[in-house]
Design a protein around this ligand. Structure first.
Ligand code: UD2
Ligand code: MN
Length: 404
């Protein structure tokens, strides 16, 4: 009995140990499979990493450009907009906080990063003409004059403007070369806002332009139209402009679709100002901001030089245009909206009492009084980062005839 019992208990022990060995074996196999799986995953991961790495590397250094010319195309010819999806561009986003979206929003040029030298030097392709409807425009703009403005800030905002306030679009051939002429005296604060708002707008409009501030020296009576004639003459000494836009320093367009270039007919831009309840004050109004091509300007013998003090000169210009068989062209009333920075009447720019008589006589005076009879003296030309300042002496009004 004891022998049989011990044999039985031995068999039981042996059975238990063989089943635990089996379990261990199965566990081992499972572990082995898991390890193999993990190893395989690692390998796969490594492989993917390598593929990705070489793909980026090849794009960056154009390793495979020979094989996919059609795909990568010409990189000099950056379209700026989304393009056709098959183009790979490298963007220079070195400016602080720059994002592709912010570049798209400002319409600023997107510059391809420098390419390493290759044996084949690509022949520079001629730039396409700038689009008539620039794609980066924003439309209606929020214009306000309550925040503090400094010239340093405006300079930082406009790193692509070159000395003297010049700019040309990098990616297309501009249709016009525009000189923007501003009559000026003692309006430094207004000028900061004007530059702050206008430079980005003009850039988005893909215009080749230069900004000329024509500063009347001394404290004699102000003469807006004569300063504009000076601006025309002096700008042409700087570059071959074919379009001239004459703007008050205190007027800011509220819509960037109001395009600052020249048109078939002399252009009146500022047609709906806040100070006139966003309406044209009268049909023949031509004040604020206007633009004439070189040909149109010469056809009317420029502007009158003999309007001293406030008022009348804009009506005389309007008369010159119609008397010479031209019409005034204007933008859509929704696009021609402007804000004027509120101001008092300046000293030495009192309303000109002769203005009503003078505008009756444009037909007789325009041939002898204009760009053909202009005299002035340039005292200083100074090129600042965002504009060119031309300080001039333009004389003073002739003595009033004595009334006995
Ligand atoms: C209106 C017209 C303006 C002109 C003027 C009559 C509007 C918005 N503009 O302007 O185009 O026809 O009447 O002459 O309706 N300026 C100086 N310093 C001065 C004086 C004038 O810089 O001391 C310049 C400056 O660019 C100014 C412009 O001349 O914006 C017109 O003078 P204003 O602003 O005093 O006259 P305003 O607003 O009645
Ligand atoms: Mn004004």
């Amino acid at each position: 009995m004891p022998v049989a019992a011990s044999a039985l208990s031995w068999l039981a022990v042996a059975g238990r140990s063989s089943s635990s060995a089996m379990t261990r074996l199965m566990l081992g196999r499972t572990l082995e499979r898991i390890c193999k799986g993990v190893l395989l995953l690692c390998l796969l991961h490594f492989l993917i990493m390598m593929i990705l790495y070489f793909d980026v590397y090849s794009q960056r250094f154009d390793l495979f450009s020979r094989f996919n010319n059609g795909r990568n195309g010409s990189r000099n010819n950056v379209s700026g907009a989304a393009g056709n999806g098959h183009h790979f561009y490298y963007y220079n986003l070195s400016r602080p906080n720059a994002t592709l979206a912010s570049y798209a929003a400002t319409g600023e040029q997107v510059v391809p990063s420098s390419q390493p030298e290759t044996n084949q030097t690509p022949s520079p392709k001629p730039l396409p003409p700038c689009p008539e409807n620039p794609p980066g425009l924003v439309g209606r703009l929020l214009i306000e004059f309550s925040s503090q403005m400094t010239m340093e800030r405006v300079q930082k905002e406009n790193p692509n403007v070159t000395e003297g306030g010049r700019y040309t679009p990098p990616d297309c051939q501009p249709r016009w070369k525009v000189a923007i002429i501003i009559p000026f005296r003692h309006r430094e604060n207004h000028l900061k806002y004007w530059l702050h708002y206008l430079h980005p707008i003009l850039r988005r409009q893909r215009i080749d332009y230069g900004i000329y501030i024509i500063n009347q020296l001394g404290e004699d009576t102000f003469n807006r139209a004569k300063l504009l004639n000076v601006g025309y003459t002096e700008a042409l000494k700087e570059a071959e402009y074919d379009c001239f836009i004459f703007s008050d320093v205190d007027l800011i367009p509220m819509d960037d679709r109001n395009l600052y270039h020249c048109y078939d007919q002399p252009r009146h831009f500022a047609i709906a100002m806040d100070k006139f309840g966003f309406r044209l004050p009268y049909a023949g109004y031509f004040g604020g901001v206007s633009g004439l091509s070189k040909k149109q300007f010469l056809k009317i013998n420029g502007f009158p030089n003999e309007y001293w003090g406030w008022g009348g000169e804009d009506d005389d210009i309007y008369n010159r245009i119609t008397l010479n068989g031209m019409k005034v062209s204007r933008p859509d009333v929704r696009l021609g909206r402007y804000r004027m920075i509120k101001h008092e009447r300046d000293k030495h720019n009192e309303p000109n009492p002769q203005r009503f008589n003078k505008i009756q006589n444009t037909k007789n005076t325009m041939k002898k009084d204009g760009i053909s009879s202009l005299t002035y003296r340039v005292v200083q030309v100074k090129r600042y980062p965002l504009y060119t300042n031309i300080s001039v002496e333009i004389g003073k009004p002739p003595p009033r005839p004595f009334k006995g």
